[in-house]
Write a protein that binds this ligand. Structure first.
Ligand code: AMP
Length: 216
């Protein structure tokens, strides 16, 4: 049995066409079913639904053989025990610094002000501001980051941005782009040895689907 860990939402939706390219159809719809283990049309393959930030933990510890997770999550997690064979080029976005529309970020940085930065991505934010030589107090949040500058909790946030609509709707502006993000396939290293043939076949099918998409 091969177990693939996915998170609901963008990553799950963007993974379905890749699975289809490998002749795998997920038989349950996570939007209407409460099941956490989803069967596929292949008796030897199943999908487990976990929180996005738990995907690396499941795969690293053998709760799943493979998983798909964002580069943001992998960096925060560490990801050192995981084999990362493929950038799937899905769930693309960027991780950026954003502030209130009326906050003069350039000036604050130039003046060497100490910035209060709210984020779920503490490791990424710490490294980014350290490299810039900006002193920051990091405030760890688990969601609704956009609220932090509006309520006075923080001067800035570090968050994922896709269209920019969420920032705009909350009177925030993107002031720095830290890095581009996409989702990667991660593989448990022991599973790769023990179940080499089916896992290699899946990696190859995904790689072919990604290559085909980038040329079409
Ligand atoms: P947008 O309004 O399109 O810029 O999307 C921003 C919101 O969606 C923020 O709350 C982000 O945390 C979230 N978001 C954007 N892209 C992704 C992604 N690839 N994976 C997970 N969350 C995302």
């Amino acid at each position: 049995m091969i177990t693939l860990a996915l998170s609901k939402g963008r990553i799950f939706d963007d993974t379905l066409p890749l699975l289809r390219a490998a002749n795998i159809e997920v038989l349950d719809n996570p939007d209407t079913s409460r099941k956490l283990i989803l069967d596929t049309n292949q008796p030897g393959m199943r999908v487990v639904l976990v929180r996005a930030s738990d995907v690396p933990t499941y795969v690293e510890n053998g709760g799943a053989d493979l998983g798909i997770t964002g580069k943001d999550t992998l960096i925060e997690h560490g990801g050192s025990g995981l084999y990362q064979p493929l950038d799937l080029q899905i769930a693309k976005c960027r991780i950026s610094v954003a502030v209130r529309n009326d906050f003069d970020y350039e000036r604050a940085v130039k003046q060497g002000s100490r910035l209060r930065v709210a984020t779920k991505y503490v490791a990424i934010a710490r490294e980014f501001f350290a490299a810039k030589g900006v002193h920051v107090d990091l405030i760890k949040l688990y969601g609704s980051m956009e609220l932090a500058p509006l309520t006075g909790l923080a001067d800035a946030i570090v968050d994922l941005v896709s269209t920019g609509n969420t920032l705009k709707a909350n009177h925030l502006k993107e002031v720095e782009r830290i890095m581009d993000i996409s989702s990667r396939l991660v593989v448990n290293q022991a599973a790769l040895k023990l179940k080499q043939a089916p896992i290699r076949a899946l990696i190859d099918a995904f790689a072919a689907a990604v290559a085909e998409r980038s040329t079409s």
